[in-house]
Each structure stands twice: as structure tokens, then as C-alpha cells.
Design a protein around this ligand. Structure first.
Ligand SMILES: C[S@@+](CC[C@H](N)C(=O)[O-])C[C@H]1O[C@@H](n2cnc3c(N)ncnc32)[C@H](O)[C@@H]1O
Length: 219
């Protein structure tokens, strides 16, 4: 993910660091992301039916989910960064809300699917269980979740003071894969598939992410 990461950012400042970082480097991230593949997004979205509702949690610049949602499926994007949402507005007519993954601005049982690509990994690590409970609250029973997580048992927390050469500090914190699986199960999810994929953005770092697919239990 990063060459020489700085020491971990204090959890109390992590949210502000992430928000300000993406506000300052939205265009730089967008360029990198647009040039990258997202091979699991379309198959996931093709599993939806007309009338279904999707929440893209940490939608960022509106790719690779908002710009691929099929006709007849409604979507809402939520993100912390106003600059990222400004970019997303050029790619979708969907409602876009500035908000936080720990307090989603959607009704309970309000959506059939949640996507969260490379977003939960920025949330302070102690708040990940809260995010997963929020996903479970927002989803209808049996609803589907697609998110990215660590590839190994270690996880990572740290910051990079010039991520992607954008001149902005960026922070991440996420547990190892087993812990994420446990947290998902405790929030009511059953993992249905896992795929490992090279990092789509910081390709040169040789990193990879697990793409996790899950369903909210029916009861
Ligand atoms: C790496 S970008 C991913 C954007 C897009 N999902 C993608 O796959 O390219 C991470 C996004 O998550 C957002 N984000 C990070 N922490 C968040 C939080 N606590 N609440 C809402 N959005 C958050 C950031 O603002 C940023 O737009």
C-alpha cells in the first residue's frame, strides 16, 4: 500500500485526516482509480433485480460502482469527502450524501445491497464493528454485501504523508482477515465468497485485497 508508512495516526484524528486527505487529492485518486480494473463489480451488480436499491458506502468519486449500476436499480452514495462527492456528481444522477459509515443516512431495511470498496479500511479500527452493524441495519434480511478487507491475519494501521504523490496525508486501519470475518458474523452476515485481487490503485506496492461477498442472515 505504501513505501515507508509513518506511525499509526491517532484514532481521534484519523477521520479528519481521511476526509481532508481525500478532499485535497480527489483528482489524483480519481485518475489512478479510473485506470484500474474492478472485475467483480459488474457480476455483483448483475445479480440485482429491477427495483432493487443499492447503497455505495464510501462511494468516493463515483467509480467503479455508481457509474455501473444497471437501469432500473436505484442507488445512493455516501461519503465523508465533499470533493470526492463533487466528482461523483459528474458520473451519476443518484442521490449523494455526505455522511459517515458509522451512522448511515438510510432507513433500516432500506436497501437490498451494500457495496463498500476500499472504504471501511479507512475507518478507525475500533469502529469497524459499528460499521458492520450499520450495514446490517440498512440491509433487508437476506441482503447482499460486497466489501474489501485485508488478505492476511495481520491487518495494518498507519499513514502515508504523500499518498499517490498527491501531497496529502492518508490514513488506514484494518484488522486481519479472520477478525473481519468474525466481526461480519457477529453483525449477522454469512460470508459467501472471497477473492484476492492485486491493489487496483497503488499497484507498484505489490499489495492485494480480499474482496468479500456476504449475505445478511434472514433471521
Ligand atoms: C479509497 S476511496 C474508495 C472510493 C471508491 N469506493 C473506490 O472503490 O474507488 C475511500 C473512500 O471512502 C471514504 N471514507 C473513508 N472513511 C469514511 C467514513 N468514515 N465514512 C464515509 N466515507 C468514508 C473516503 O472519503 C473515500 O472517498
Amino acid at each position: 500500500m505504501s513505501d515507508d508508512p509513518d506511525p499509526p495516526v491517532d484514532p481521534h484524528t484519523q477521520r479528519a485526516t481521511v476526509r481532508d486527505g481525500y478532499d485535497g487529492m480527489a483528482a489524483a485518486y480519481d485518475r489512478e482509480r479510473e485506470a484500474s480494473d474492478a472485475p467483480f463489480v459488474e457480476p455483483f451488480l448483475e445479480g440485482l433485480s429491477p427495483g432493487d436499491r443499492v447503497l455505495d458506502a464510501g462511494c468516493g468519486q463515483g467509480t467503479p460502482v455508481l457509474n455501473r449500476v444497471p437501469d432500473g436499480v436505484s442507488v445512493v452514495g455516501v461519503d465523508l469527502s465533499a470533493s470526492m462527492l463533487d466528482l461523483a456528481r459528474d458520473r451519476t444522477d443518484a442521490p449523494l450524501v455526505r455522511g459517515d459509515l458509522t451512522r448511515l443516512p438510510v432507513a433500516s431495511d432500506g436497501v437490498d445491497a451494500v457495496t463498500a470498496l476500499h472504504s471501511v479500511i479507512h475507518v478507525p479500527i475500533a469502529e469497524h464493528p459499528t460499521v458492520f452493524r450499520e450495514f446490517a441495519r440498512a440491509l433487508r434480511p437476506g441482503g447482499r454485501l460486497y466489501l474489501t478487507a485485508a488478505t492476511d491475519g495481520e491487518g495494518w494501521a498507519g499513514a502515508n504523508d504523500d499518498w499517490l504523490g498527491g501531497g496529502e496525508t492518508m490514513a488506514w486501519s484494518f484488522p486481519g482477515l479472520d477478525e473481519t470475518r468474525t466481526q461480519l458474523r457477529e453483525a449477522g452476515f454469512r460470508v459467501t465468497d472471497e477473492r484476492v485481487l492485486d491493489d487496483a490503485v497503488a499497484e507498484d506496492d505489490g499489495g492485494a485485497w480480499t474482496h468479500l461477498f456476504a449475505r445478511l442472515r434472514e433471521n
